[in-house]
Design a protein around this ligand. Structure first.
Ligand code: FPP
Length: 240
């Protein structure tokens, strides 16, 4: 279903979870501690999201460019992801959360890939929230993969969103983003959901990701509801 001006029965929030490293450095801790606290923030936000009207939540956990980080940091992020898929499965089932991963899988370890598939299979009936974790994700690469899946030259936007879903290993079409949040004070998109965010409302906060909680998500959702979305139309037309 596509987001419209009035219909928020479907609501997609996407988050660029930035600031883990700085959070740790400011406390004299190794960067890894920031990632560990960041994983706790993920759990808090997943718990709060359905109650705040979010039906799809896409979290940027590891970008394709993050492979350029020091080996130790990459390893730690991978093991946090493994722990998450391994340990949160039951919780997700109990709370109606469907887990999916978007991005490339071929560069992930076999154990992580298995944990992801097991979590996706076990939670596939979840109807309260679709939690999508972006791992080894690059929006530009996804777009290129989607293009290579089609031989047609007369694609509609809908067709292309379908292909983009497939390019990210999902049966669903790529859902448009309603609200894109970035924590940590930077204001850029970092190759995240570029097609899907064509009309997303952007919300930037100074809050470092490990400190992000339900009240921050509430603030972002409330800011969204005070925005006027026009999708390119004039104000009077948009109100119709
Ligand atoms: C950006 O902060 C954050 C990341 C690259 C990793 C995000 C990972 C997590 C929140 C934990 C694991 C995820 C899940 C789903 C369990 P940064 O390190 O670039 O921070 P900085 O800009 O302050 O250096």
């Amino acid at each position: 279903m596509q987001s419209t001006l009035q219909d928020y029965s479907f609501f997609h929030t996407a988050i660029i979870m930035d600031g883990n490293g700085r959070w740790a450095t400011q406390r004299g801790l190794p960067r890894g501690e920031g990632h560990r606290e960041g994983a706790k923030a993920v759990r808090r936000v997943v718990e709060a999201a359905p109650g705040l009207g979010v039906s799809v939540l896409t979290l940027y956990a590891f970008s394709s460019d993050n492979w350029r980080r020091p080996e130790g940091e990459v390893k730690q992020l991978m093991s946090l992801l493994y722990e998450f898929f391994q340990n949160e499965k039951e919780n997700c089932i109990a709370n109606g959360v469907r887990l999916s991963v978007i991005g490339r899988r071929d560069r992930l370890s076999l154990v992580l890939r298995s944990a992801i598939s097991a979590a996706e299979n076990a939670t596939r009936w979840g109807g309260a929230l679709h939690l999508r974790i972006a791992v080894d994700y690059s929006s530009r690469d996804s777009i290129l993969r989607a293009i290579s899946l089609s031989e047609r030259r007369d694609l509609t936007r809908e067709d292309f969103s379908g292909l983009l879903g497939k390019a990210n290993n999902l049966d669903d079409r790529a859902p448009d983003v309603d609200l894109l949040i970035r924590t940590g004070g930077e204001q850029r998109l970092s190759d995240y959901l570029l097609w899907e965010s064509a009309y997303a409302e952007l919300f930037f906060t100074q809050r470092m990701w490990p400190d992000f909680d339900k009240s921050d998500l509430e603030e972002a959702m409330s800011a969204f509801h005070h925005r006027e979305r026009r999708f390119g139309a004039a104000p009077a037309q948009a109100a119709r």
